[in-house]
Design a protein around this ligand. Structure first.
Ligand SMILES: Cc1ncc(COP(=O)(O)O)c(C=O)c1O
Length: 399
């Protein structure tokens, strides 16, 4: 399997807890959300229970029931200004299976271009489907994002697929609208499928916005993927969705019925309620009386969770910007990951193992995101701030 994905997975485990010099562990490695600290809005918990109580757990259309796809389409239409309808939506088992099916479907198209550092799933799936891959190391002056001019000038003619993660993981940096539009235009001109993993887009911090390129859903080669694992912190539900041209969705339906069977229906009420309320959040001031109480409850919890992420980010910045050995902290715009650079490190993995052994703080090495330069690591801050602060204290004094 792709090396970066192996390294990533190794550092996802809390290896060798015994025999360490420390008695407390600060697991800032993980992509999961501390559910006690960032609770689900109660209205969504009730939606899950109501589905269980209904005792209706039958099969669905392979790409998800009509009503669910319609709710997702209404939300996507609102945020993208593109005439997205339910025929452009397919439910998947998380973004993971969505990306797997898309790459399987498009594997004959040509080479996949992967800007790095980025989440290693795309590379590993491409390897699994024998898709040739070009990794492109992005630059600090561009905030570790691919620029349109790099795409134009550096990419060879074999490239037919481009995978962006927006906001990115591990850096948390998001693309501007202008750059995304330029990238999309180049992709259309060069007949490249632009695939965008937007799993962190529901967690934009400090007033930053998530942008979608302007595009025509059925005539342009843009495929977007999203899910509930991060912003609602329910990775174990294994739910996500694809927004794509209807021709792609038709092809995918066959794959879905042959592989996943159907999208899980047990979370239908959860998805439906979340999508409705998510859309209403954008239409503030125009809330139907029938959902006003639920809306207020939902909004209060979502907002409170976002403020907590912002405070955690601020906590990290104030601790680690004082540490001489840390020379770069990414300015996370969306999500809960920060990419940091330690000075004078030649073997990042052994440095991080020592850090863990001596402080209990576990981070993920940059090599897990295909970062070729030593000294880089990802820190996740979807944790209780008290534990985060203790971890930061332990790390600062060790360094
Ligand atoms: C960028 C990115 N995409 C996709 C995933 C996996 O998403 P899902 O749980 O929906 O399969 C992750 C998980 O960490 C991720 O960071």
């Amino acid at each position: 399997m792709a090396e970066a994905f192996n390294i990533f997975n190794t550092f996802m485990n809390t290896f060798d807890k015994k025999g360490k010099k420390v008695d407390a562990f600060y697991l800032l490695n993980n992509g999961d959300v501390d559910r006690f600290h960032f609770p689900l809005p109660p209205v969504l918990e009730r939606a899950i229970r109501s589905k269980l109580d209904s005792r209706k757990y039958g099969y669905s259309r392979p790409q998800g029931n009509d009503g669910i796809c319609k709710k997702i389409a209404q939300y996507e239409k609102t945020i993208s200004n593109s005439p997205i309808s339910q025929s452009n939506i397919a439910l998947t088992s998380g973004v993971t299976s969505g990306l797997e099916m898309i790459l399987d479907l498009l594997k004959k198209e040509g080479t996949l271009l992967l800007p790095t550092p980025s989440y290693p799933l795309g590379e590993a799936l491409a390897e699994r489907h024998n898709i040739p891959t070009i990794k492109f190391q992005t630059k600090e002056e561009n905030n570790y994002l691919l620029t349109a001019s790099e795409l134009e000038t550096q990419i060879d003619d074999t490239v037919r697929l481009l995978l962006l993660t927006n906001p990115n993981n591990p850096t948390g940096i998001a693309y501007s609208k202008t750059e995304l539009d330029k990238i999309k235009d180049i992709c259309q001109r060069k007949e490249i499928y632009l695939i965008i993993d937007e799993i962190f887009s529901g967690l934009m911090l400090n007033g930053n916005s998530h942008h979608i390129p302007s595009y025509n859903i059925n005539s342009e080669k843009v495929i977007r993927l999203n899910g509930w694992s991060k912003d609602r912190g329910v990775a174990g539900f294994r739910i996500g969705y694809i927004v794509a041209p209807d021709s792609i969705i038709r092809n995918l339906s066959e794959t879905i019925s042959l592989t996943m069977g159907n999208a899980p229906t047990v979370f239908n009420n959860f998805i439906s309620k979340d999508m409705l309320l998510r859309r209403l959040l954008l239409e503030e001031g125009n809330i139907p009386e029938t959902v006003l109480l639920e809306y207020n409850e939902y909004k209060a919890q979502i907002t409170s969770n976002l403020r907590k992420y912002e405070r955690n980010k601020q906590l990290i910045t104030s601790y680690l910007s004082e540490v001489d050995r840390i020379t770069y902290l990414s300015n996370t715009m969306g999500g809960y990951c920060m990419f940091i650079k330690f000075d004078a490190v030649s073997n990042t993995e052994s440095f991080l193992r020592d850090l863990y052994k001596n402080t209990g703080v576990l981070l993920v090495p940059g090599s897990g995101f295909n970062c070729t330069e030593p000294g880089w690591a990802r820190l996740s801050f979807s944790v209780d701030p008290i534990r985060l602060e203790k971890g930061l204290e332990a790390m600062s004094s060790y360094l």
